[in-house]
Design a protein. Sequence first.
Length: 389
Amino acid sequence: MSEHAPQIAGHCDERFEAVRTAFEENFRARGELGAAVNVFLDGESVVDLWGGWADEARTRPWERETLVNVWSTTKGPTALCAHLLADRGLLDLDAPVATYWPEFAAAGKEAIPVRHLLSHRAGLAGLREPHSIDQLYDWELTTARLAATEPWWEPGTRSGYHAFTYGFLVGEVVRRITGQLPGEFLQQEITGPLGIDFTIGLPEKEAGRAAELVHPPAAASSEQAAIFAQLQPVALAALVNPILGAADANTPAWRAAEIPAANGHGTARAVAALYGILAGRGEFAGRRVLSPGAAERVREGQGRCRDLVLGAGFKNDTEVALGLWLSGENGSYGPNPRALGHDGFGGSCGLADPEAGISMGYVMNRMGPHIADDPRKMALIEALYQSVG
């Protein structure tokens, strides 16, 4: 641990000084290497801070425009693509997936509705056959295997986190309707018009802005290994088929691929802006992206349960809404149980609280060992809600 926090750059409204203090404490006491945090209140930026290093060797300072792979925090923007289509009447969340993707009807999946894909209730948390990283990069192969496979449990009965498969499942429905992969659709319809610095995958020309992801310290890695040793087969299929880590996410092959559950790249400001669409009940920066009803539907709970994949990481049962997780009694996204958000592998986070009018994006490059609710993220959220009272 460093005794001194690096110089923190950016701005922070006086009302939110507690967030700055927590951000600095992440470097001093919680092993932070490089990171950024951004908060919007009623669509206005009130916190935009960054600091530390963009690489393990500490040769590149983290800058305002530094991008980083945010892992599953990507799932929020991917869900937005589906909800935008539903809002336009092009996608019925209660229709069978096979209505849009006929091959999906194999192996007893003909009646699974689209909402089960969005809420991790389709029973397709991972593939049953070994699936390599190179195969994960192959969109056609991965979606064909998902269409052919049978569910791990009775769809709709409970959630089981679809760590990597989520993006292919939701994304293939988007592709069947629009002819575009989610990354292209997101850029055309949301991030491009709003000027949000976020992409699924990373264009080669932006590689120089990308931070290097770094594995947790050895002791933390051992703690992570102990957690994985307790997991059931469905959880192992979801989380380690294939096995992926920081080194893989730093490669050109990962950045060139389309993995809408896990390889979004952006700044903290971009994450806060994307989740800010939901905090603003469908509107952000004076632009309406979703109707108020469609934005509210995103947080329509699908039932509390002990998640089959991530359950061990939470004190209480969790509830997945239609694409994001509700804060619930775990307080994962603050004290409002109907606030919603998504964590990324290693610690990143996007948060939206429509009642408070706030959204937050937190991104970092030193990954932590926790399945969810990284202490750095939770410290920032506690400070945020302390600030808004």
